[in-house]
Design a protein around this ligand. Structure first.
Ligand code: ARG
Length: 559
């Protein structure tokens, strides 16, 4: 059980004669000198017919429990101080007995949460935006699981649209099978760019492109074959990146997956009388919600992105009966998701309120968007490999004799990229910097990994110490760390409710900071209290590792 709940129960127990039927809420005081928890007394004033100040004064003298070492009244609040001996033993015991399950809860009761993440577009490079969606989505899926839900990770691959008609034309005119096989995405991208350059002087190419897309839609074997090939080759490249990142999916259901599910969307909207003609196109007007209309079908009969997302939503509700359906997609698509939700609402699908768009900001370099177009091409795989190389250099300097250096360098380099993203609140734009993310002393992934490895090195030096029970740790220097450990449950819940992995990242950074300052002040090995102290070391290692796991980052035991 988490400490906050324990505090509430202890209060209920000792106050039961004074506060029958009244709910007790506890808060964390901003200033720790006011105690570990504060109980506001405002809401009791009416039924007790006393001022909150008086209530706090009276009740503070009544509260007696082994969990608390001191109880005081400050204005309208009762402040309680946790008993260090009792709490340290309790919390280390919990961590030791539950290990990586520590901090989990069963709030979700195994219900399904679909998470739409990554979703790159085939025949185009995997962009920084897709990296962000992948790592944020993956961490949110891990948080869902930690909170008792069953996450379903879905990759809504961008594998359909008029651009594939153009690409087929370009390939048939200027393409070369061997060269595409060698470097599929970059070659396909150049073909696509060439098409756009040429179309300026040869407008008939645009018609060709449309014709080929129509053929693709109608199942023409040659068009289908090429499209399939582009898709397969692109997926091979994407999966190299997913393997580096350690991210996997339960389903790859791209836009093309919904081709045979589009008629139904139109039928449903039509039967509800929601479709209107506008310049030959079919739209659902959303004036009453102060929103521009949702375009459903273009004048040439083609369906579009939004129609596909309507089909997607219906499919996911039917097949996964989600408790929540999350879409981790850049903030530039906020209007799109708003329109999709409003259209479903207008069509009477109440479950639409369980669909949540989780937006995020941009990745910047030197204040500019890291883009895959216009020459500033940043290939993600190169970024990941460069981070790994840099990590390799750093380890070779710091710890030249380390075994499996390659593996650890990968864990550090990639962890650094992921952490640099996740430590920021997701809607903030992020400044990309190799130096910053690989700094072992800064607010970085490697700093956390290093702290975790330090814990393991201590445990190894003590003969691979594994505590069997929790220990009482009285010393003042350890209290920040212990009290912070007691907060993990709350942070796991809050991070999930806010879809905010940065709460876990920040929590882990604070834990590492508290622990490292403890380590600097207190001798652990060969001290009188060695076992108790190592028990704390062991607990910190477990919790940092679990934080990193939630964020999708590995924790090497030495580095
Ligand atoms: N492929 C799209 C893009 O790159 C993202 C798809 C997001 N998911 C969705 N269900 N619309 O912009």
């Amino acid at each position: 059980m988490d400490i906050k709940t324990m505090v509430v129960q202890a209060l209920e127990q000792t106050l039961k004669d004074h506060l029958t039927g009244i709910e007790i809420t506890v808060e964390r005081p901003k200033n720790p000198t006011f105690g570990d928890y504060a109980i506001p007394c405002f809401s009791w004033a009416k039924s007790l017919k006393k001022s909150p100040q008086d209530i706090a004064q009276n009740l503070a003298t009544v509260i007696k429990h082994s969990l608390f070492s001191k109880v005081t009244a400050v204005g309208p609040y009762i402040n309680v101080f946790l008993d260090k001996t009792y709490v340290s033993k309790k919390i280390t015991n919990q961590i030791i007995s539950s290990k990586e399950k520590f901090g989990s809860n069963s709030d979700g009761q195994k219900s399904n949460v679909t998470i739409d993440l990554s979703a790159p577009n085939i025949a185009k490079p995997f962009s920084m935006g897709h990296l962000r969606s992948t790592v944020i989505g993956n961490a949110i899926a891990n948080l869902a699981e930690k909170n008792g839900y069953t996450p379903i990770r879905i990759n809504h691959l961008g594998d359909w649209g008029t651009q594939f008609g153009k690409l087929i034309v370009a390939y048939l005119k200027w393409g070369n099978e061997e060269r595409v096989k060698e470097q599929p995405i970059s070659k396909l991208l150049s073909l696509y760019i060439k098409f756009h350059d040429e179309v300026e002087n040869h407008p008939e190419l645009a018609d060709e492109g449309r014709r080929f897309f129509k053929m693709l839609e109608d199942g023409d074997p040659q068009a289908r074959h090429l499209w399939n090939w582009f898709r397969e080759e692109s997926l091979k490249e994407f999966f190299r990146i997913y393997n580096l990142l350690g991210v996997s999916f339960d389903h790859i259901q791209g836009e093309a997956f919904y081709n045979d599910k589009m008629d139904e969307v139109i039928e449903i909207l039509n039967s509800k009388g929601l479709l209107e003609l506008s310049d030959g196109a079919l739209v659902v007007t959303l004036d009453e919600y102060d929103s521009p209309p949702c375009l459903i079908q273009k004048s040439d009969g083609a369906t579009i992105y939004a129609t596909r997302d309507l089909a997607t939503a219906l499919f996911r509700k039917r097949n996964y009966d989600f408790a929540r359906s999350l879409y981790v997609v850049g903030s530039e698509q906020s209007l799109h998701f708003k329109q999709v939700k409003l259209t479903l609402q207008k069509a009477g699908f109440e479950w639409e309120r369980d669909m949540v768009h989780i937006p995020f900001g941009m990745m910047l370099q030197d204040g500019k968007k890291m883009s895959t177009r216009k020459g500033r091409v940043v290939l993600l795989e190169e970024v990941l490999n460069e981070a790994t190389d840099l990590a390799h250099q750093i380890i070779s300097e710091k710890n030249p004799n380390l075994e499996n250096k390659e593996e650890v360098a990968k864990q550090i380099g990639i962890g650094a990229v992921i952490f640099q993203d996740l430590k920021n609140f997701r809607t903030n734009d992020i400044d990309f910097s190799f130096e910053q993310m690989l700094n072992f002393d800064g607010e970085t992934g490697p700093y956390l990994q290093y702290t975790h490895a330090r814990c393991h090195s201590l445990l190894r030096k003590a003969g691979c110490f594994i505590p069997k029970t929790g220990y009482s740790i009285r010393e003042e220097e350890a209290w920040h760390t212990i009290s912070h450990l007691t907060r993990f449950y709350e942070v796991v819940k809050q991070a999930w409710e806010d879809y905010d992995p940065s709460k876990i990242a920040r929590y882990a950074l604070d834990l590492a900071r508290y622990f490292n300052s403890y380590y600097a002040k207190v001798r652990i090995l060969d001290s009188e209290d060695q076992d108790a102290r190592l028990c704390l070391v062991y607990s910190v290692a477990i919790v940092i590792e679990e934080c990193l796991r939630i964020l999708g980052i590995q924790s090497p035991k030495s580095m």
